[in-house]
Design a protein around this ligand. Structure first.
Ligand SMILES: O=c1ccn([C@@H]2O[C@H](COP(=O)(O)O)[C@@H](O)[C@H]2O)c(=O)[nH]1
Length: 273
């Protein structure tokens, strides 16, 4: 099964466009978890089990694991997701970008070591830096387009000679040239619904958008869904990390995370119409 087939099935069967981001920060773990030798694994597993009924997938952010020398815990977590929730796509957020020979190893890291269904990548070094990911024909390649952070405008709004901003050029390149196996997606922030709408118009129905920026970054759910949905009222993995992970720092952390995930899914679904 390809990444996009798995994602389509998850959207339909879970009736959810919500993706939960796994950004484990040990300083914010509840006290009952902090003593564990594998606290990062235990915390993320607790969040995954609590929120799985409400999501279309999970997005671990590799930096949170690597900075704590917890790559083995990330690998164990990815294995756990695959075995326990085989219907839910796993998107590794690593935003890699390098020359082809090195990119081959980043692709192997994502798809083999971590068994990711898809990985985020940075397009700034051009097609030969993306090509090694495309060699894994069933796997997803989710390319940064219009990121959610304020500084994203510094470069992504830079205009080409045709007057087109760089982020739209990236959207066209991906949709028209790079998407060889139909497994490419784009990252577009919920904090910029106008640009999200332009990207959706540019790429049509079949390029999935990974949309971070609701929750802790303040993106509006209704505007996000109106701007980014496709004609089937799907097409997005709308990510929320901190607002769900740290909904409570007490003993009720799992219940609180589940409640926020359910509310967020319901708000997204209400906006889908
Ligand atoms: O443009 C981007 C691309 C990726 N991210 C990542 O998404 C989550 C957002 O976390 P929140 O706590 O929901 O703000 C995080 O892992 C970022 O690295 C993004 O925010 N914007």
């Amino acid at each position: 099964m390809t990444f996009t087939e798995k994602l389509e099935a998850a959207w339909k069967n879970s009736n959810s466009l919500l993706m939960v981001g796994l950004d484990p920060d040990p300083n914010r773990f509840p006290p009952c978890i902090q003593q564990s030798k594998q606290a990062i694994f235990d915390f993320c597993k607790g969040i995954i089990d609590a929120t799985a009924p409400y999501v279309c997938g999970f997005k671990p952010q590799i930096a949170y694991f690597a900075s704590e020398s917890a790559e083995e815990q990330l690998a164990a977590l990815c294995d756990y997701i695959h075995k326990t929730y085989p219907h839910l796509p796993l998107v590794l957020d690593s935003k890699r970008g390098d020359i082809g020979t090195t990119a081959e190893h980043y692709a192997k890291e994502a798809y083999k070591r971590y068994q990711a269904d898809a990985v985020t990548v940075n397009p700034y070094m051009g097609f030969d830096s993306i090509e090694p990911y495309l060699a894994w024909q069933n796997k997803g390649v989710i390319i940064l387009c219009r990121t959610s952070n304020p500084g994203g405008s510094d470069l992504q709004f830079f205009e080409s000679s045709s007057g087109e901003p760089l982020y739209l050029h990236v959207a066209s390149l991906v949709a028209e040239k790079w998407n060889r196996h139909g497994q490419c997606g784009l990252v577009v922030g919920a904090t910029f619904p106008e640009e999200l709408k332009k990207v959706r118009e540019r790429v049509g129905d079949d390029v999935p958008l990974l949309v971070p920026g609701i929750g802790a970054q303040g993106g509006d759910i209704n505007s996000t869904v109106q701007a980014g949905k496709n004609t089937r009222s799907t097409g997005m993995m709308i990510n929320s990390s901190r607002a769900i992970l740290y909904a409570s720092s007490g003993d009720d952390w799992q219940e609180a995370a589940a409640a926020v995930a359910m509310q967020t899914r319901d708000a997204i679904n209400a906006a889908r119409g």
